[in-house]
Design a protein around this ligand. Structure first.
Ligand code: HEM
Length: 579
């Protein structure tokens, strides 16, 4: 029988051996051949400490990845961001990214990041699903919400009405702070929440309106004495429950973004942290009651009265009824897919669009010449309204194609890098730019580094995929741009030879530069058409009604935070009525 001291030694040895094995298992496992930071490969937390310190200093995470590509001087690198997890492969090349998303669907599917972000709150929504029959079913359920009749006959008007509420709110702010700058970041969010809420449920949440009503009762507010140094703080009224609910849920995305435990930590927080539990319960009640109302109207399966179809929930419930009939099953009133699609519609339509528009407001302020050109162009496009001293109507804006506005919209999305990366997972061992990437690896295709904001890395044509070479079209011109870091809407315009044509022969060139803000291919953004529609209406009304005057340099900070999107930290404006 062993002595007690021998048992102690034995147990200690087993513990040490287990600890060594665990340590080795947790150490990063680089993929052979793909460049990486050698120091990171010796750390349990891999690149996490440097990424977190970059985040602490800048508020940004995605620029860390672009910086790593520059440091390692390669269009493809790997980083170690999750202990025990696989490395992430990072690529900076717009042309190859376009090819992967559009043409290599068999080798790549939705990456893990969407699941990391959304699985805790919308586990049955399309964005977290792989491209399978369930995903196709979800897409069919929501298909009508991006149809031309819905966008033109319903969504346009909801966007318009809610933007007019924002204009009213800004008039109140301008009355109370006529010579001061103030921050409108949240105002833009109010407008997009009101808008997407109205498109989803048919009635506005009325955030901008309630804030404007509140301010209309104030005669004056306390203003800082030096308008050149200090931004005015405008008081806020009460907010509806829906606002707190949505913003609390959006805030929870900081957890999967920053925690090494990713979605597991997020899931725990959503289930057990009181503020998130309350927000989720409130969200479920709000959406559940709207879906119930739609079932009561459309659930019987009678031919739908088109006039009654007022919102996305109506369309989706009606679609479930017709799909069930076709498939010979009873409609699923409790469908968790339908529920999560509607929750996702709200979420997807709020944060991304408001970040984009907030960048747009910053660029309007920073680039006064662009703002002037845009206003002049809109006045020419909507000449009849301008001559009558009116605003252009909803339908008129939705139908117009103002080439400078189109150019402005795409340049804001390109230059701001609002969505700094598209992610795909390799579904088999694949080759990209001459590197082998094992099955199951996430490939991050950056939109904020070389080839988008600075010249592309030179790449041997023979290392590109067959489809990239075959279908390159005119994409080679993307690598010839020398001013990618400059904000210049004109890059999206081209002069056609016919001088007598509309717009003096100037047309919009949608492929002038790489733009992957909405991803691409079958898993590209489902809501892209609505997002463009919102931008057209909202920018038109903003610029039609207000001048965004120059603000002191110290107030124009272009710093950003990366949570779900790359979003500006401050959006300060000094407004004046447009003359
Ligand atoms: C400016 C606003 C928006 C931006 C920048 C944006 C961007 C994106 C991006 C980058 C993706 C991933 C694409 C890919 O992986 O290829 C995506 C997916 C998605 N977006 Fe958007 N989006 C916006 C607005 C909207 C709106 C308004 C909706 C709906 C109301 C929406 C719904 C979705 C959905 C459902 C997906 C998942 C598609 C799938 O997984 O198959 N988005 N979006």
């Amino acid at each position: 029988m062993p002595f007690p001291s021998q048992i102690t030694v034995l147990v200690a040895s087993v513990i040490v051996a287990a600890a060594i094995l665990l340590y080795r298992a947790a150490l990063p496992k680089p993929i052979p051949g793909i460049p990486y930071d050698e120091k990171s490969a010796t750390r349990l937390l891999g690149d996490v400490p440097r990424a977190l310190s970059h985040y602490k200093n800048t508020g940004e995470m995605m620029s860390f990845l672009a910086q790593k590509c520059q440091e390692l001087n390669s269009p493809m690198i790997q980083v170690f961001m999750r202990p025990f997890g696989r490395p992430w492969v990072i690529m900076c090349d717009g042309r190859e990214a376009q090819d992967i998303m559009s043409r290599r669907g068999r080798e790549f599917d939705r990456g893990d990041m969407f699941r990391d972000f959304f699985a805790a709150i919308i586990p049955h929504q399309q964005s977290v699903l792989p491209t399978n029959d369930q995903w196709r079913h979800n897409r069919r359920l929501v298909a009508d919400t991006m149809s031309v009749p819905f966008l033109n006959n319903v969504a346009t008007y909801r966007v318009y009405e809610n933007t007019i509420d924002l204009i009213d709110l800004w008039r109140q702010k301008l009355r109370l702070a006529p010579k001061h700058a103030f921050d409108v970041y949240k105002d833009v969010q109010y407008c997009t929440v009101d808008t997407i809420w109205a498109a989803t449920f048919g009635s506005s949440l009325g955030i901008s309106k309630s804030q404007a009503d509140y301010l209309s009762n104030l005669d004056h507010i306390a203003l800082p004495p030096d308008s050149k140094k200090t931004v005015a703080e405008i008081p806020e009224g009460e907010f509806p429950e829906g606002w707190h609910t949505l913003t609390t849920i959006v805030r929870s995305f900081e957890i999967p973004m920053n925690s090494p435990l990713g979605r597991h930590h997020h899931w725990f927080a959503i289930k057990f942290y009181p503020s998130y539990r309350r927000a989720m319960a409130s969200r479920n009640r709000l959406i559940g009651s709207k879906i119930e109302q739609a079932w009561n109207t459309f659930g019987r399966g009678d031919a739908a009265d088109e006039d009654k179809l007022r919102c996305a929930v109506d369309l989706v419930v009606q679609r479930e009824v017709t799909l069930a009939k076709k498939q010979g099953r009873a409609p699923d009133r409790e469908s968790k897919f339908l529920f999560d699609e509607m929750a996702g519609f709200l979420q997807a339509g709020f944060e991304t669009t408001s970040s984009t528009l907030n960048w747009g407001v910053k660029y309007l302020t920073q680039y006064q010449d662009v703002q002037k050109k845009l206003r002049a162009s809109l006045r020419a496009t909507h000449k009849a309204a301008f001559d009558k001293g009116e605003q252009p109507g909803a339908e008129e804006i939705a139908k117009a194609r103002d080439v400078y506005l189109e150019a402005f919209i795409d340049e804001v999305m390109r230059h701001s890098g609002i969505l700094s990366s598209n992610i795909r997972k390799a579904t088999e061992d694949v080759e990209v730019l001459g590197y082998r990437i094992p099955k199951g690896t996430d490939l991050w295709m950056l939109t904020n580094g070389p080839s988008f904001h600075s010249p592309a890395f030179p790449i041997d044509e023979q290392k590109r995929s067959t489809s990239s070479r075959e279908y390159k079209g005119d994409t080679e011109r993307w690598s010839t741009h020398e001013d990618l870091e400059v904000f210049r809407p004109e890059r999206w315009l081209k002069k056609e030879s016919d001088q007598g044509a509309e717009n003096g022969g100037i047309t919009f060139d949608a492929r002038a530069a790489p733009l992957q803000t909405f991803g691409a291919g079958i898993r590209g953004c489902f809501g892209k058409r609505l997002a463009y529609l919102e931008q057209r209406v909202i920018y038109t009304l903003m610029v039609w009604n207000f001048e965004f005057q120059s603000i002191p340099e110290s107030m124009g900070d272009f710093g950003a935070n990366d949570i779900l999107t790359h979003t500006p930290k401050y959006v300060r404006v000094m407004l004046a009525e447009a003359k």
